[in-house]
Design a protein around this ligand. Sequence first.
Ligand code: PDD
Length: 286
Amino acid sequence: MSRIAFVNGRYVPHGSAAVHVEDRGYQFADGVYEVCEVRAGRMIDERRHMQRLVRSLDELRIRLPMPLSALGVVLRETIRRNRVTDGIVYLQVTRGVARRDHVFPAPSTPPSVVVTARTGDRAKGDRQAEEGVAVITLPDNRWERVDIKTVGLLPNVLAKETARAAGAREAWFVDADGYVTEGGSTNAWIVTAEGVIRTRPAAFGILRGITRTVVLEVAAELGFRVEESAFTVDEALAAQEAFITAASTIVMPVVRIDGLPIGLGCPGPVARALRARFHHHAEVAE
Ligand code: PDD
């Protein structure tokens, strides 16, 4: 089936979908993005993803390219035209096209908008969750504003490629004090020997994941003890369980960190329960 992308107001064949060479996203990574899960044809947590999009745009002083209601229509239409039942929808907004110059272009420059959608293999994700994944740790070499979901992802790209070369699914970034910040494209969690779920506070050093927010709610509902506190790599290695979260993976158990087994070296009950319960809590858009 032919894929379709939305590019600046038009639905075009994915194979020939393109932005201008002087798009500031292309030249300066001057843009932001969101990834939403699509499940049974519906977007998951659209409202929260759009809220975060608006925040990211505000932080970079990029205009919202169209009202959120219109953006919602485009997201849905892109999902529909690509016949995505289970997968993801990707939205990118950049500061637009202008003669290359570091400073902002004229305020009248329209932001560029790209939306793509693609089918994922839900059964494969579920199988991976049964087995768990490996992560490696690397020094966090990103800028301070990782709270903004920008398309400037080079450190993340390099870290994830290093992970892949080491046979791992994700790289956990570690700050200068030895605390895990987050993964290259996921938030990081552990369950301590005492059964406390821990994840770093979102105030500094991480992206406030939408999946993270929902998982905090699910954990509270299930009666787990939760602490938003940073943990070290040693604390992670001593944990009963570890897992990662993102719209693209939901809750994915981590069974090895830097080659060493976590807990019994297989997915634990807390991660399983959070994964099983997640979609009861997430918001499903119409
Ligand atoms: N990544 N941290 C980083 C650095 C991320 O890139 C992501 C998401 C998350 C989790 O956020 P959320 O739960 O809202 O998906 C945390 C997306 C999925 C990506 O880049 O593909």
